[in-house]
Design a protein around this ligand. Structure first.
Ligand SMILES: [Zn+2]
Length: 127
């Protein structure tokens, strides 16, 4: 199966989320983000405004799952500048290694729960 489903979903969510100023690529991957249980993952670069989304092979043919995954990763992209700024503050303001790691992991799980909530709302209303 080709990339048509991925590209179509990506175009849709870029438009809905207003991410036209980002350069976002998308492809099928064996394991998304190094996590066997993840359906998709994204690597983003806030300065360059580039992102690479990987969607796990397991989602192939399931257009609803593909749509939800691409929505989810695009919301991560939309939140990139905010997360990046908070990460930078943590890095600059916290000298203590373990405290910085803890702050980063709290930030990551907070972002994940916000992204999951927005994904559900967006897929329900724009899916
Ligand atoms: Zn996520």
């Amino acid at each position: 199966m080709g990339n048509a489903d991925l590209k179509k979903a990506l175009r849709k969510w870029i438009k809905i989320l207003g991410l036209e100023d980002w350069e976002i690529s998308i492809r099928w991957v064996e394991v998304a983000g190094g996590d066997e249980n993840a359906a998709a993952a994204v690597v983003r670069n806030n300065e360059a405004k580039t992102a690479e989304i990987g969607v796990s092979h397991g989602a192939m043919g399931d257009t609803d799952l593909i749509d939800a995954c691409v929505c989810h990763e695009c919301v991560h992209v939309a939140l990139g500048p905010l997360s990046g700024a908070i990460e930078q503050v943590c890095e600059d303001a916290i000298d203590h290694d373990r405290t910085r790691k803890l702050a980063t992991s709290v930030l990551e799980s907070a972002e994940e729960s916000v992204v999951c909530g927005l994904e559900r709302a967006l897929v329900d209303h724009c899916g």
